[in-house]
Design a binder for this molecule. Structure first.
Ligand code: PAF
Length: 280
């Protein structure tokens, strides 16, 4: 299988895209590499929705705090390229840090709305880093559509809001979470889990499903979330949050009538932080 063409600079990316712009629909799938079946589902969705598929691979330092896992974040370039070539991806954009953040770089996207709370309470640097790099990638590539996994649900809402607010001429498309058979959401960080942690990890999805079912049956949201929080903690997690939010604004909801509702969870097991979410 021939490897997809790889470009490493914005100039080379734009040159490669120019001939397609005339009559081809272009999809961008932004990733940080360490590709798994979840990413491949994004690539396949891109393929169904566009004529040309571009995948970016860039481990974005701006979305990691100094104490986080930037340096040990899995980097699996060879395997990633083999997977993308099996999917017949048209172009891979893999810039270096200096291409995205030259020395005098001084701009940051500043966010409110869906970026407030949840992840921001625990990773205050995160969405400014994500939104800045995503804005750059969208402007550099100018795709017709860009695909983001619902696994990072708050990220998806933040990116949708940003694209609308900045009038970026791109449709942001969310793709469903891909799960292991036992419910664990696929994540590049799952490789960090020890066997015991891996065994406990599906608790997050199980609790989300139980809480969603109870709320659907009319159970009060507050006490139902409290029970879910207790179950997660008793499975050995350090819970950051388990919340019920409006599915697009991510504002807190107090009753099933405030919906559509999305449940969102983040919790640490050992040294690994996992996130997950589910529609009610
Ligand atoms: O979801 C991710 O992998 C990253 O946050 C993204 C969107 C590629 C930006 O670095």
């Amino acid at each position: 299988m021939p490897a997809p063409r790889v470009v490493r600079t914005v100039k080379a990316l734009r040159n490669a895209l120019t001939p397609w712009r005339k009559n081809k629909r272009i999809a961008l799938v932004p990733t940080m590499g360490a590709l798994h079946a979840g990413h491949i589902s994004l690539v396949r969705l891109a393929r169904r929705r566009a004529d040309r598929v571009v995948v970016s691979i860039f481990v974005n330092p701006a979305q990691f705090a100094p104490h986080e896992d930037f340096s040990r974040y899995p980097r699996t370039w060879k395997e990633d390229l083999a997977k993308l070539s099996a999917e017949k991806v048209d172009l891979v954009f893999a810039p270096g840090v200096e291409d995205i953040y030259p020395q005098d770089f001084a701009t940051k996207v500043s966010l409110e709305g869906p970026a407030l709370g949840l992840e921001t309470d625990f990773r205050p640097h995160f969405f400014a880093g994500v939104a800045t790099v995503v804005a750059k990638l969208l402007i550099e590539c100018m795709p017709d559509i860009a695909i983001f996994g619902e696994k990072d649900y708050q990220q998806l809402q933040v990116v949708k809001r940003m694209a609308a607010d900045l009038d970026l001429p791109v449709k942001i498309v969310g793709a469903p979470i891909v799960r292991e058979k036992d419910g664990l959401a696929l994540s590049s960080r799952n490789v960090y889990l020890s066997p015991a942690e891996r065994a406990a990890a599906p608790t997050l999805h199980r609790v989300l499903a139980e809480v969603a079912a109870s709320i659907r049956k009319g159970a009060p949201i507050g006490p139902t979330l409290d029970r879910g929080r207790a179950t997660i903690k008793s499975a050995g997690f350090k819970l950051d949050y388990l919340e019920a939010r409006h599915a697009t604004t991510l504002e807190p909801v107090t009753s099933g009538k405030d919906g559509p509702i999305r449940l969102l969870v983040a919790a640490r097991i050992g040294a690994t932080r996992l996130i997950d979410n589910l529609a009610v």
